[in-house]
Structure formats: structure tokens, C-alpha cells
Ligand binder design. Structure first.
Ligand code: ASP
Length: 364
């Protein structure tokens, strides 16, 4: 792992955290109190881990984490920043092994440097939602861990990278932003790792949390928290399972993708099925064969929102519902969990926890 450098040294001063919450009262008071205690602190230390992507220059020449931090206007007075390049890649080359290594690095940093307020990770936008969610599942974020990226590279005068990075450092420096899980900030918004997605290839407001909304917003030097993420899962694992594939159904799907996945040795298949949980007979045949070989199968909807319900036969053969997670996120639950367990009840309970289902059904 590369050498850690401290690039800017300046005391934190006068940071104000303003919180809007529907749950005024205890939560609000607690947050304001903790925000107040920041003012008495001498230094707020944030560590920046660079992984590449457009924010660091993309294909036209990558800047190091140290170089991109120097492009941020107004960093003086926000935090004392140390920097480190974890990898420098376009995020389409990200892998579960690299993501797991990144999670371990974050954990080690918090252990070795208890003085750190938070960690910022710069990342390509293409697979950011996956890395952020896997790290969230791996429970690395007792203190703020914030991803920042850019749609436009530093060579462009209208680059969004420096603003996004400054916002991420502000969030990571705010003690009150701990306990929210891994966060992503783009375009002045703050998103939770479970729900955030890249929804557009070029727009500055490409990152959104469909059906959930952003957790908060950054307005200049102020951070606004709208709500806390209720649907989270943290797993304590010492390995991940990369052999989990994702398939999307289409009119005419004949099960051949499922068969090919099984033949190639995948240990689990997540299928984005039609609507509420529908699939054509030939795909169900292929799923039946996969289950006979103990390949884990999870359905999630290809619509982009809403839960799937399993049909009678799918239930009988031990298919799992990915609930309302999209295919990418449903897959990552298996990547995180299957290095440790392949127990169907346990895996199903993880999806239920992430769905937000209450223990007791109320009426019908
Ligand atoms: N190709 C870039 C990536 O690494 C795109 C970006 O960062 O916006 O994901």
C-alpha cells in the first residue's frame, strides 16, 4: 500500500451543522449538541483514499490523490487532510477483491488512526454505487466514510470534481454524520449507499436515490440532514464471494443465460425478472436445474423499483427474493455474505432486513 502524505495542515474552525429532521426533539438535539462540540476541537483530520476515475483525470492522464486535493478551492480551514492512492483505475475495472481490500484499508485506517474524523474515497462514477454499497455491507463506517466522484474531468473548466470533493471532506469532517453508513455526495446532495444509483451517463445530477430520495444536502459550508437511513445491514466477514452473476430478462429470454452462468461455475445468479416476479417457463426450467446444483438464485425486479413476490414453485425450490433491491445491489448482498454462509434462511433474512419489513404484518 502506498505512503500516506499530509498535504494541508490547518485547524478546523467554526463548522456549523444545521439539521432538518422530521423527528425534531431528541434526534435534533443530539445532533446539534454533537455539532457544537466540533467548535471546540482543534483539528479535524480527514483521510483521502484515491481510486481513480474521472475525478482524477480519467483516461487522459490520472492525477494522484494529492494532486486532486490541490484542485479543491477553500480546503484550508475545513480539515487537515492526509492522502493516499489506493489504486488508480477507471471504475469499470473495479473488482470484488479490490473492493474488499478497500474495505479492509478503511477499517485499518480507523483502527490505526483514532484521531481521524472520517475518510473520503474518490472513485469513478461507473461502479461507485457498487463499491459504496459493498463497503456499507461490510460495516466500515462507524465514522463518516464518504464517496466523491465527478462527471466532468479536471481539465474542463466546468469540472464538478473539486466541489464534490470539498463537500465530501466537509461531510467526513462532521462527527454528526457518523452512524449513517457509507455516504455518497455528488451535485451538492448526500445519498445513502443502499439506494444511490448512477442514473445518467453525462448529467451532473446523475446520482439519485430512486424511491428513497437523498439523505441530505450540502449548501456552502452547511450540511443538512433530512433523514437517517433505516434500511441497513452490516456483516462481519473475512472473505467475499466474487462468483455471483447478474442476468436481466427480456421478451424472449429462454434460460440460456442462466445455464451458461451455471456451466461457467458461478455460485449464485441474481435475475432481474419481469414486474412483480414473473418469468417465462424456460427460464424457470433453467432455474430449477441451477437449484438442483445448489446454485443460489435470487429474483429482483427489472422495473427499477418495488418488491418482487416469489411464485409457488420458485419458493419450493429455494429461490430467494431480493425484495426491492436493484440487481446490482441484490448481487452485492451475496458477494458480501456468501464467503461466510450459503444458508438460505440466513440470506433471506438479510434481504428482509434491507427491505425495511416490520416484524409483524398489520392487517391485510
Ligand atoms: N470512466 C469513469 C470511471 O472510472 C467515469 C467516471 O468516473 O465518471 O468510472
Amino acid at each position: 500500500m502506498s505512503v500516506i502524505q499530509t498535504v494541508l495542515v490547518s485547524p478546523t474552525c467554526g463548522k456549523t451543522l444545521i439539521v432538518f429532521s422530521l423527528k425534531i426533539g431528541a434526534v435534533l438535539c443530539a445532533l446539534l449538541l454533537r455539532a457544537g462540540s466540533l467548535e471546540s476541537e482543534e483539528l479535524t483530520r480527514v483521510h483521502l483514499l484515491g481510486t481513480g476515475g474521472t475525478i482524477s483525470g480519467g483516461s487522459s492522464g490520472s492525477l494522484s490523490a494529492s494532486e486532486i486535493s490541490k484542485l479543491v478551492p477553500g480546503l484550508d480551514g475545513v480539515a487537515e487532510l492526509s492522502v493516499e492512492d489506493f489504486v488508480t483505475i477507471g471504475s469499470s475495472r473495479m473488482t470484488p477483491d479490490l473492493q474488499f481490500g478497500l474495505a479492509r484499508r478503511v477499517r485499518a485506517l480507523f483502527r490505526e488512526r483514532p484521531e481521524l474524523s472520517g475518510i473520503v474515497i474518490t472513485h469513478g462514477t461507473d461502479s461507485l454505487e457498487e463499491t459504496a454499497f459493498l463497503l456499507d455491507l461490510l460495516g466500515v463506517a462507524e465514522k463518516p466514510v464518504v464517496f466523491a466522484a465527478a462527471q466532468r474531468p479536471p481539465r474542463r473548466s466546468d469540472t464538478d470534481g473539486p466541489r464534490n470533493l470539498l463537500n465530501a471532506i466537509r461531510i467526513a469532517a462532521a462527527e454528526s454524520m457518523g452512524g449513517l453508513g457509507v455516504l455518497v455526495t455528488m451535485n451538492d446532495e448526500i445519498h445513502g449507499a443502499r439506494d444511490v444509483r448512477k442514473t445518467h451517463s453525462i448529467a451532473l445530477n446523475a446520482f439519485a436515490s430512486p424511491w428513497a430520495g437523498p439523505l441530505g444536502q450540502v449548501d456552502g459550508d452547511r450540511i443538512y440532514l433530512f433523514h437517517r437511513p433505516a434500511r441497513r445491514l452490516e456483516l462481519d466477514v473475512d472473505r467475499v464471494e466474487p462468483l455471483v452473476t447478474l442476468i436481466r430478462l427480456y421478451a424472449g429470454s429462454d434460460g440460456s443465460q442462466v445455464k451458461a452462468a451455471v456451466r461457467s461455475g458461478q455460485r449464485a445468479v441474481v435475475i432481474e425478472v419481469f414486474g412483480r416476479g414473473n418469468l417465462p417457463p424456460k427460464v424457470l426450467d433453467a432455474v430449477r436445474e441451477a437449484r438442483k446444483l445448489d446454485v443460489i438464485v435470487v429474483y429482483t425486479t427489472r422495473t427499477g423499483g418495488g418488491r418482487v413476490e416469489l411464485g409457488t414453485e420458485s419458493k419450493q425450490i429455494g429461490v430467494l427474493s431480493g425484495e426491492d433491491l436493484d440487481g446490482l445491489k441484490a448481487r452485492l448482498v451475496l458477494v458480501a455474505a456468501m464467503g461466510t454462509t450459503t444458508d438460505l434462511d440466513e440470506l433471506a433474512s438479510y434481504y428482509r432486513q434491507l427491505s425495511g419489513e416490520l416484524e409483524t404484518a398489520v392487517g391485510n
